[in-house]
Design a binder for this molecule. Structure first.
Ligand code: AMP
Ligand code: MG
Length: 487
């Protein structure tokens, strides 16, 4: 791996080094993508390609589309489907990549390692009764929302391309098929640990834990107890991630343990969406009948998922089971405090607070309570908060006075406050009604609304030149769209 002082290599091409494929047999199954009838490039992420050290000019024409559907295997790729399990809505199941294939790990010119994965690339040994395919709409949705998350500055997997297959996929309706090329720090999930724990395969569990530590928590290696230090690190990264989801009003929608990445990146964009009116009970997913993954439940669910990870790790944490349990519990117990820590940092930034005051949490909570009661739009309200804005709502003005007093007790200028707020409160989010309209147009071969959204979301803190419909809450009467999973 080059050190930062070495010159960055010129723009080149794929540079694969497939460490996960080198792990022992139980970790994966070797399987190639199934070629599709008619590959066509729908979206290509030029800035991401450049940051990976790829030459965008090499991704034009039929060649590119063939690479992004798996019709052509990239030079140096060693396609595998990864084995994992997962608690889905609370129940443990054996899963694995049923419709995704890891092509390999690309090393960028700066030495960073990225998984390059095709999603929707055909059946694998883990497909169960599924067809291994994906529909165009959901793959465009993942591309759009993951790139939006990146624009917000929130850790996430990214999307390099969407390619159409020229084949139909049969769901409730017949839909056009597509393959997404996903770029991730890795695809190691809480469910990957659960897979080996459920099998009682402690040797594999240890290999996985050591591999994850080296790949994502190298700083833990120097600790007296590296795996426990890693667990603490995972807890902290998840606490931070969820706090940032709450910063922008993101509802993941299907926080099963197979959809929680050890890297701390947001992963697996299915029925996810952003809240408009503030309500912690907001659910979009059509299959989340009990609100398990509602907006306000996300911290609690993250804690629950981390408990499943800690449980899976017990056999490798310590030779003495009681000591292992005590250590796991000690790490888990830090989650509430770590989340509160990150949440208050997020809320201070949203309120323009540079300093820490004892009343800050109450100040934030009171505003949220008011927003809930009045069904205020989460994004619009925060973006347009100003200590001197006039309002006819006495509830709001009472809060506003307290906030103004709090602001006056810090030395920063009005401009500095506005700057902090405007770099943490997005002006543009992928609002559900806009996303649905853009995806509907895209499936009718009109990519213009989707591309407009993508452009705005590349710089979501800048409202300059954005049309009002991207900045404003949905017009009254806009129906709330359900979002669908696994399509
Ligand atoms: P998800 O809900 O997308 O996280 O997927 C949960 C599990 O179902 C994963 O193991 C997927 O690989 C698998 N899966 C989802 N859709 C399909 C499909 N069409 N064919 C095969 N497996 C699938
Ligand atoms: Mg998943």
């Amino acid at each position: 791996m080059p050190t930062p002082s070495e010159p960055v290599a010129p723009v080149i091409g794929w540079h694969f080094d497939n460490s996960y494929a080198r792990l022992p047999a139980p970790f994966h199954s070797r399987v190639n993508p199934t070629p599709v009838a008619e590959p066509g490039l729908v979206l290509f992420n030029r800035p991401l390609a450049l940051s990976l050290g790829l030459d965008p000019a090499a991704f034009t024409g039929p060649h590119a589309a063939a690479g992004f559907t798996g019709n052509m295997i990239l030079d140096g790729a060693e396609p595998i489907a990864q084995a994992y399990a997962g608690h889905q809505f609370g129940n443990l199941a054996r899963l694995g990549d049923g419709r995704a294939i890891l092509l390999g790990e690309h090393l960028s010119p700066t030495g960073q390692r990225f998984d390059i994965q095709l999603k929707g690339s055909g059946p694998t040994p883990y497909s169960r009764r599924g067809d291994g395919r994906a529909a165009l709409g959901p793959m465009l949705r993942e591309y759009l929302i993951s790139e939006a998350m990146h624009g917000f500055g929130i850790p996430t997997t990214r999307s390099l391309a969407v390619a159409s297959t020229g084949e139909p996929v049969i769901r409730e309706q017949t839909l056009p098929g597509a393959v997404l090329t996903r770029v991730a720090a890795s695809h190691i999930r809480v469910g990957t640990f659960e897979y080996f724990a459920a099998l009682g395969d402690t040797d594999s569990l240890r290999i996985l834990a050591d591999y994850t530590l080296r790949r994502h928590y190298p700083e833990a290696a120097a600790s007296e107890h590296p795996l426990l230090a890693m667990l603490h690190g995972v807890v902290d990264r998840q606490a931070s991630l969820i706090a940032h989801w709450m910063r922008v009003g993101f509802v993941h929608g299907v926080m099963n343990t197979d959809n929680m990445a050890l890297s701390g990146e947001t992963i697996d964009y299915g029925p996810c969406a952003f809240i408009d009116a503030y309500n912690p009970a907001t659910v979009f997913s059509s299959i989340d009948y009990h609100g398990r993954y509602a907006f306000g439940q996300q911290p609690g669910i993250a804690g629950w998922n981390l408990a499943r990870l800690a449980e899976a790790l017990l056999p490798v944490l310590h030779a003495n089971p009681e000591t292992a349990l005590a250590q796991a519990n000690e790490a888990l117990a830090t989650f509430a405090e770590r989340f509160q820590h990150h949440w208050i940092l997020v809320m201070r930034s949203k309120l323009g607070l540079f300093t820490a005051g004892p009343e800050d949490a109450a100040l934030a909570e009171e505003l949220l309570r008011w927003m809930h009661q009045t069904r205020a739009d989460y994004t619009y309200t925060f973006r347009n908060l100003a200590p001197d804005a006039s309002s006819e709502d006495s509830g709001f003005t009472a809060w506003q006075q307290r906030w103004a007093q709090r602001l006056s007790r810090q030395p920063q200028s009005r401009e500095e406050v506005a700057q902090l707020m405007n770099t943490n409160n997005p002006a543009v989010i992928p609002r559900n009604h806009l996303v649905e309209a853009a995806l509907a147009a895209a499936t009718e071969n009109n990519l213009t609304p989707l591309e407009r959204l993508l452009t705005a979301l590349a710089d979501p803190y800048d409202e300059t030149g954005q049309p009002p419909e991207l900045l404003n809450p949905p017009p009254p009467g806009t129906p709330v769209c359900r979002t669908f999973c696994g399509t």
